[in-house]
Design a protein. Structure first.
Length: 133
C-alpha cells in the first residue's frame, strides 16, 4: 500500500513538472519573440546612453547604476548579485562614487523614468515566483 501511495505522488509530481516545463517553454518563446520585436534593442540603447554618462564619470555602468540607487532616499537599498569576485569588487566601488546634481540629471536624461521597454518576467513565469504570490 505504501508503494502505491508513493507511485501516485510521483506521478502527480511528474505531471506538475511537465506542466511547469510547458509553461516555461512558452514563456521563453514569448521572451524570444519580444526580443525579436525590438524590446532588447530598445533597452540596449538605454544602456549605451548610460554608458556615455558612466565613461564621463570614469566609472562602469554597473557602478553608476548602483550609485544612482544609493543616491535615492534611505528607503531604497540596491540588491547586488555577483557571480565572480571581480564583479563584487566592482559593485562595491559604487560606495565611493559621489553623484552631483549634474550627474543625476545626465542619468535621468539618458534613461528617463519609464523608458525601459517590456515586462521584467513573462506572465507564465510570474505565477511560479514566490515574490509574486
Amino acid at each position: 500500500m505504501g508503494a502505491q501511495a508513493y507511485h501516485v505522488a510521483c506521478r502527480r509530481q511528474a505531471e506538475q513538472t511537465a506542466i511547469f516545463a510547458a509553461e516555461l517553454r512558452g514563456a521563453l518563446i514569448a521572451g524570444l519573440e519580444a526580443r525579436a520585436g525590438g524590446i532588447l534593442d530598445h533597452n540596449l540603447a538605454l544602456v549605451e546612453a548610460l554608458r556615455k554618462v558612466a565613461e564621463e564619470k570614469g566609472v562602469s555602468v554597473a557602478q553608476l547604476a548602483i550609485a544612482r540607487v544609493l543616491s535615492r532616499s534611505g528607503c531604497i537599498v540596491p540588491l547586488v548579485g555577483a557571480r565572480r569576485r571581480e564583479r563584487l569588487d566592482e559593485a562595491l566601488g559604487a560606495l565611493d562614487i559621489e553623484l552631483t546634481d549634474s550627474d543625476l540629471a545626465a542619468i535621468d536624461t539618458a534613461v528617463p523614468k519609464g523608458a525601459a521597454a517590456g515586462e521584467r518576467y513573462p506572465a507564465a513565469q510570474l505565477v511560479h515566483m514566490d515574490s509574486e504570490r
